[in-house]
Design a protein around this ligand. Structure first.
Ligand SMILES: Oc1cc(-c2ccc(F)cc2)cc2cncnc12
Ligand SMILES: [Mg+2]
Length: 214
């Protein structure tokens, strides 16, 4: 019967990756998506940029908006210090179900909390539900229409502080023009972008780096 793309990605991980080895999980997904079928993982080129930002920030608290199959979740979780708190929000229950299994295959289920539901519903509850004051790093990789509203919501909920870093995928493709316009014109942020390509393609893409300065 019909097997969904996310199920085929999970099968590729279970077939080709070693349990407890995050790097083999990343490699298995990248091989499947570059050789068999495109999927909207952040991919290896942007993934290396993500890795360098995570290593530089060395965050004690991380929020990821948009888990999908858990590819970037595994990349981030594998670089965090042992005491770090990492929350990833996924709206789609089918994606969340696959991501849980991918994260578990990588042996990282104790490093990350996958929460199902809408970011706009969960962001106001994070402080009391997870005992987190502010986030050192936020990776935005969910619906582009929600980048700006969710960033404003995080500000309003006091989840961002001076020094917090926000990294946003897909500011070109599919694009988040209102978000880029807002953060570029705000005195609160220092922003720059990393030039890259849309995952598994030659199309131009940027990762948008945002540092909160006040
Ligand atoms: O990295 C991404 C890429 C694309 C996407 C889809 C179709 C297309 F043609 C180009 C790009 C969509 C995304 C949705 N959420 C998170 N990340 C995404
Ligand atoms: Mg993306």
């Amino acid at each position: 019967q019909f097997v969904s793309l996310r199920q085929r990605i999970l099968s590729a991980v279970q077939k080709n990756a070693t349990r407890g080895d995050p790097r083999s999980v990343i490699r298995a997904i990248d091989q499947f998506c570059s050789q068999k079928e495109w999927a909207m993982n952040v991919g290896n080129e942007k993934g290396c940029i993500l890795d360098s930002v995570v290593s530089e920030v060395n965050p004690a608290t991380v929020l990821e908006l948009g888990t999908y199959c858990g590819y970037s979740t595994v990349r981030i979780a594998s670089l965090l210090p042992p005491y770090a708190k990492f929350i990833t929000l996924e709206f789609n229950p089918d994606f969340a179900a696959v991501a849980r299994q991918v994260i578990a295959w990588a042996g990282l289920e104790d490093k990350v909390q996958l929460v199902e539901g809408a970011s706009s519903d969960w962001i106001p509850k994070i402080k009391e539900q997870f005992g987190i004051k502010t986030f050192d790093l936020v990776f935005l990789d969910h619906w582009k229409e929600h980048y700006l509203s969710d960033t404003k919501l995080m500000e309003e909920c006091g989840l961002l502080r001076k020094g917090s870093v926000l990294l946003a995928d897909n500011v070109i493709c599919p694009g988040a023009p209102d978000y880029v316009e807002y953060v570029r014109s705000s005195p609160r942020y220092k922003s720059h972008y990393f030039r890259s390509h849309l995952e598994y393609t030659k199309a131009e893409e940027n990762l948008w780096y945002l540092g909160i300065i006040e």
